[in-house]
Design a protein around this ligand. Structure first.
Ligand code: WTA
Length: 625
């Protein structure tokens, strides 16, 4: 395992946490005291009675009896101090022609407007609202507006197809959908509204669709259901104050759909109080956020990283958050570096897949920009290979900006394994469990394995931003995360711990894969493929890919009398794009006569994987044929 890199003096001198061993020890001895102290840094309209209520495990509750609202702390709190006129949000369009900035005061007005509109539509506390928007400021307003009035947002990544969107809208029984006429992707328009029209055609619960004008694309508006946002905000109902509802700490804040090992996506439920304390604390310490920071998280708000560390975390800490509409390489592979330079970004958080993609274009694209504002870098989403780590550290960070590798999940809401800048760094390791957390590597019997041995990663302590349940599915929650090793949270990842207590993540042990940082389940991809009429049966696996991390390979048994062709491969790929998402298109499709199955009929994906990689296929005793 590689050498540790010592932190530079300037970083340590500035850091909130310099003596990290001391805080780590103290938090280990009394995690609840640690979390209570962090929570006390934020505003509560009524104090909590109990930091952690674990009387009904694994349905943990945090800060019970406490009343607050995440918006009280992400926005309102800052209006009372010198941050009122500070920039809360900076946005730039894909083509660079539009720039919009919002002070905390201006942000508050925008959130009030959107919240007033939702209220006027009859949205009340506990109602679900689906948000299907591009990376534009309105996505931030919409999330905060829901939170402000106690509605539960369900943000769907605006790259999902109508089928995927519709099943999520129906599952959440959303009353309102907020979308745009289209989104810009590499200079072309992606027809968001058209997809919404298709998705809500048979949705019994959707009463209103709010449409933000973004691309000026011609769209159809259903006068009984669809409303231009700009028309709504011109109405008197949108004006005036909208008080932030004070909620119970345990009131739901959002649900977010993510992939698991079955075809049905899971709706992860997060709540106001604990999620607020968890995202605030972890961002503040790991990215060492100070008042002069401009934080850029490149994730889409449709994923958990966008929720926790683009929207909520930075605003909770009072930092300026930066939102960019486009991707890293359009029109040129220095688009991101140009933005870092133009806006003086200080802390930059992205995914290894993006780093690998940019690295391939060479150093010159980076070097033509002044990136001296950068003082901290971060990565998330998949293990980072040492080559990409060093390129990020040396070429982007000029060997002075530490790289914070952060391991966590949609379910955990906040970082679980991540360093702080004063800790020595080990390229390729995500670091140590965050303060207050303890992690273990166990074998399949649940016994802790010796350091350096690969095993399953489990978390020992509950933490404030933990998911509370799977929406409408308590049983699956208990079964998926807490039943394998009772008392410990099963992450689904394989990892190793080294003798210094650093964790090295290997990857998922289930049928979840990461394709360009996007979390997908092979089962979801399989059901999209299988819905093509030519397909009789299929299996999908993830295989290593140099840039994307994983690429999807699919094996297809065709319906009787059909033969495979290149056209059919393309047709099936397009079908997956239309029925799930362009990000889920298989890289390769092989037509086969049979699939390896157990005697009970379960497809043995591990055999397909081993064969594709030319590895030993292992124990085949359960194979049917
Ligand atoms: C993987 C993303 C290695 C892991 C926040 C986890 C990582 C899954 C890292 C969750 C990292 C996330 N190093 N692997 N720093 N961060 N992962 O729900 O397999 O989209 O279980 O959350 O991503 O993906 P999700």
């Amino acid at each position: 395992m590689s050498e540790a890199i010592a932190p530079n003096e300037e970083t340590v001198n500035k850091a909130w946490v310099a003596d990290w061993q001391k805080i780590e020890d103290e938090a280990r001895k009394d995690p609840l005291a640690y979390w209570a102290e962090r929570a006390a840094e934020l505003e509560w309209s009524e104090p909590w009675d109990q930091v952690l209520d674990d009387s009904n495990k694994p349905f943990f509750k945090w800060f019970t009896g406490g009343k607050t609202n995440i918006v009280t702390n992400a926005v309102d709190r800052h209006l009372k101090d010198s941050r009122k006129n500070k920039l809360a949000l900076i946005w730039e369009s894909e083509d660079g022609k539009d720039k919009r900035t919002f002070s905390f005061f201006a942000l508050s007005r925008e959130v009030e407007k959107m919240a007033n509109v939702l209220r006027a539509m009859g949205v009340v506390k506990g109602d679900r609202v689906t948000i299907y928007l591009p990376r534009i400021p309105e996505v931030v307003f919409a999330m905060l507006a829901c939170a402000k009035i106690g509605a539960v947002h369900s943000v769907i990544f605006a790259g999902f197809s109508a089928d995927a969107l519709s099943s999520r809208i129906d599952d959440s029984e959303s009353r309102v959908v907020i979308t745009a006429d289209g989104s810009w992707i590499n200079g072309s328009v992606f027809p968001l509204k058209q997809i919404v029209d298709e998705a809500v055609r048979f949705s019994p619960t959707v009463e209103n669709v709010i449409v933000v004008r973004r691309t000026g694309t011609e769209i159809t508006m259903d006068p009984t259901r669809d409303h231009w946002y700009e028309d709504l905000t011109a109405l008197p109902i949108a004006r005036g104050k909208c008080p932030t509802e004070q909620l119970d700490a345990e009131d739901p804040l959002f649900i977010l759909y993510t992939s698991g090992s079955t075809g049905r996506p899971k709706a992860i439920l997060h709540t106001h109080g604990g999620y607020m304390v968890g995202t605030y604390t972890t961002l503040k310490y790991t990215f060492d956020i100070h008042d002069d920071d401009r934080f850029w998280c490149t994730a889409d708000p449709g994923w958990i990283t966008g929720h926790s560390y683009l929207v909520y975390g930075p605003l909770l800490t009072g930092a300026t958050t930066f939102l960019y509409e486009g991707g890293p390489t359009y029109p040129y592979p220095d688009r991101w570096w140009q933005l870092v330079e133009d806006y003086g970004i200080t802390t930059f958080y992205t995914a290894p897949t993006a780093i690998r993609a940019l690295m391939r274009f060479g150093d010159a694209w980076v070097n033509r920009h002044d990136l001296s504002s950068l003082r901290l870098l971060g990565t998330v989403g998949e293990p980072i290979n040492p080559e990409a780590w060093h390129w990020f550290y040396d070429v982007v960070g000029k060997g002075v900006a530490p790289v914070m590798d952060t391991w966590w999940q949609t379910e955990t809401g906040m970082f679980q394994i991540a360093g702080v800048p004063a800790m020595p760094q080990k390229p390729g390791s995500a670091g140590r469990p965050v303060f207050g957390q303890e992690a273990e590597i166990v074998n399949d019997k649940g016994e802790v394995v010796p350091d350096g041995t690969e095993g399953l990663l489990v978390l020992k302590n509950p933490w404030p931003a933990m998911m509370r349940t799977l929406y409408n599915d308590d049983e699956r929650y208990v079964q998926t995360y807490w039943s394998t090793y009772p008392g410990r949270y099963l992450t689904g990842d394989a990892a190793k711990r080294d003798s210094d207590g650093y964790f090295w993540i290997i990857g998922r042990t289930d049928d979840v894969i990461k394709v360009s940082g996007h979390r997908l389940g092979t089962a979801e991809v399989e059901s999209a493929i299988a819905s093509h009429p030519a397909v009789a049966e299929t299996a999908a696996i993830g295989l290593p890919h140099e840039v994307k991390g994983n690429a999807i390979h699919a094996y297809v048994i065709l319906a009787p009398h059909l033969t495979g062709s290149r056209e059919l491969v393309e047709e099936i790929r397009l079908h997956v794009a239309q029925h799930l998402s362009p990000i889920a298109k298989p890289d390769e499709i092989n037509f086969v006569e049979s699939l390896p199955k157990t005697r009970s009929g379960k497809i043995m994906r591990r055999v397909l994987r081993a064969e594709a990689l030319g590895e030993d296929v292992g124990d085949l005793s359960t194979l049917d044929d």
